[in-house]
Write a protein that binds this ligand. Sequence first.
Ligand SMILES: Nc1ncnc2c1ncn2[C@@H]1O[C@H](COP(=O)(O)OP(=O)(O)O)[C@@H](O)[C@H]1O
Ligand SMILES: CC(=O)N[C@@H](CCC(=O)OP(=O)(O)O)C(=O)O
Length: 297
Amino acid sequence: MTSTAQPSLPAFKAAILAEALPYIRKFHGKTIVVKYGGNAMTDEKLKQCFARDVVLLKLVGLNVIVVHGGGPQIENLLGRVGKKGEFIQGMRVTDAETMEIVEMVLGGQVNKDVVNLINQAGGKAVGLTGKDGGFIRAKKLMLPNKDNPDAPIDVGQVGDITQIDPSLISFLDQGQFIPVIAPIGVGEDGESYNINADVVAGKLAEILKAEKLVLLTNTPGVLDKEGNLLTGLTPKQIDDLVEDGTLSGGMLPKIGSALDAARNGVKSVHIIDGRVEHALLLEILTDHGVGTMIKNR
Ligand SMILES: Nc1ncnc2c1ncn2[C@@H]1O[C@H](COP(=O)(O)OP(=O)(O)O)[C@@H](O)[C@H]1O
Ligand SMILES: CC(=O)N[C@@H](CCC(=O)OP(=O)(O)O)C(=O)O
């Protein structure tokens, strides 16, 4: 006779904890880059769950690096000065006044908020922008123009990463600190560049030879035209989804960065739902992967 009784809650919890052990062993000492999207940081309880997950991962021996966004938070401040954001191919058109606001919001309010959350949860977070130690160098980005390849599109002070110096991050890691990075780069003449946070996270994961890149956003993952979750995507499938318009807006730089990272040595790359409590722990330390995995072929 087979029993249909459900395991008791303590037994269920113990089983989940035990499930984490092989993952802790596998990832101990490895680098994990986590992109915390502005859209995933709107709810207080979720923010605290995120911070606790980051601290737990650090305590069990993973080198966790956080790169945060802040698109909605920038939009909010722009609105207060009577401006509205404009995006082309998922990149914010950034004039001088917008750059000032971007720097204020990303490098100030949002960065300090994430640092404080992690520290309140028991971690030792240190906030940085790419201007600190000049560790993210950038030049002006020109976007490709499908209609006229000879006339690339100018989106203002948006940065194209030219170099990332990993030594500052490694130094913080070794000191048991958790780097929290705002996606701002510095140009040759000290000028600031606004860089999409997914792009910074992807490049950083490549340079640091990260084991994993996890992009936390506000959808269950990549969705098809009918709104169904696509749990795994190959480069060819991604091309098709871009071509037929299934992927748009902020998903374009996200998927591009994810694919670049997967092709350039980051062992696993995931786009997951930051609105699910403890999504990060579920993805990294259990068998229950959530969201979309980006494959390199
Ligand atoms: N096929 C798709 N699947 C899922 N999301 C998509 C898709 N195409 C476009 N998106 C949009 O991309 C958004 C996520 O990107 P973005 O707004 O930049 O978020 P984040 O702040 O997390 O980086 C989703 O909220 C959704 O509106
Ligand atoms: C060039 C560019 O688009 N920069 C982004 C930087 C913030 C970001 O990427 O935030 P999310 O991850 O929350 O979207 C912006 O200005 O919105």
